[in-house]
Design a protein around this ligand. Structure first.
Ligand code: GLN
Length: 304
């Protein structure tokens, strides 16, 4: 399969499109990003790679990091993790509070904000130095020591994150947050502030295309079954209330973030990262969605 040629053609086509998205202005620092940025990078399990556009520029990966925190939590406590989290699509926005009341504080899935906070709480309870240990896990998964949190982005979100404060306290009232809400939020904002470029993002997710195994040093990060399950949740919940649309148009497990990044994996084949900062009305990158739709349509490869 000539991925390079398809990526070049689709990139040029999508670059020319009128971008109907909007920057995520609710986090002030994210509103300062140059909205013209557009990068793509693919890494295959066979060791091939190709990038185009602004693929070496770092951006805020935001909710994409929730897949990495889930992976570490799942690795640490196994299936017990599902006692405190569901695996159903929520059909609501990423920051919604509505279902928690009737669901007794059990978030529908680990990729909505509520679910990611419960995972942060679990990590706080199970790690000696949660922020450092999580970062070390991400760096070793990526084989890349040059990965960092952005203190600026975390502070910017923390200053205005009133909805997230409400969510965390609400879950605490049901007993599904065990640590202090402010500690959970502090970790959550750092988690969301992780910065990567498209190359780094595609590389860190490659283990999910490789049955949970790191392609460079062959260590098993998740078991084969855990890796399949994380992919299943990405397929059903990775794009909030646009997850069905993403499965329909793109046909791959993936995850988006309000920084405009999207990563998608094709099991046994590749991991691909796209970045274009303007978001559609569901909070997913407008051009990122368009690119991936066209990419899997032209390559005629999806999981279906
Ligand atoms: N940090 C963001 C928030 O909590 C993450 C949301 C996202 O990327 N969808 O609102």
């Amino acid at each position: 399969m000539n991925f390079k040629q398809i990526i070049e053609e689709v990139y040029l086509k999508v670059k020319k499109l009128d971008d109907k998205g909007q920057l995520a202005t609710y986090i002030p620092e994210l509103a300062k990003v140059d909205s013209e940025n557009f990068g793509v990078y693919i890494s295959t399990v066979d060791g091939l790679s190709f990038g185009i556009g602004n693929c070496y520029e770092k951006f805020s990966i935001q909710s994409i990091a929730k897949v990495l925190s889930l992976s570490l939590g799942y690795r640490l406590i196994g299936e017990k993790i599902w006692e405190r989290l569901g695996v159903e699509p929520s059909g609501t926005a990423f920051n919604s509070l509505v279902q928690l009341e009737t669901d007794n504080g059990i978030p529908r899935n680990p990729f909505i904000n509520a679910g990611a906070m419960v995972v942060c709480d679990l990590l706080l309870s199970n790690l000696e130095n949660p922020k450092e240990d999580f970062l070390a896990f991400v760096r070793s998964t990526a084989g890349n020591p040059e990965l960092h949190y952005s203190k600026k982005i975390a502070a910017s979100e923390s200053a205005v994150g009133f909805r997230n404060v409400a969510l965390c306290n609400f879950i605490k009232s049901f007993g599904n947050i065990r640590n202090k809400p402010w500690e959970v939020l502090d970790f959550y904002f750092d988690l969301c502030s992780l910065e990567m470029n498209c190359r780094e993002l595609s590389e860190v997710f490659l283990f999910l295309a490789n049955n949970g195994r790191n392609t460079s040093n062959n260590t098993q990060i998740l078991t084969k079954s855990q890796s399949k399950r994380v992919n299943a949740i990405m397929l059903t919940c990775g794009f909030y209330d646009q997850s069905g649309d993403f499965a329909f148009r793109v046909g791959l497990p993936g995850k988006s973030g309000v920084g405009g990044g999207i990563v998608a994996v094709h099991p046994n084949a590749y991991s691909i990262a796209v970045w274009s900062p303007k978001l559609n009305e569901k909070g997913n990158s407008y051009k990122g969605m368009k690119f991936l739709e066209e990419f899997t349509t032209r390559s005629e490869l999806s999981i279906f």
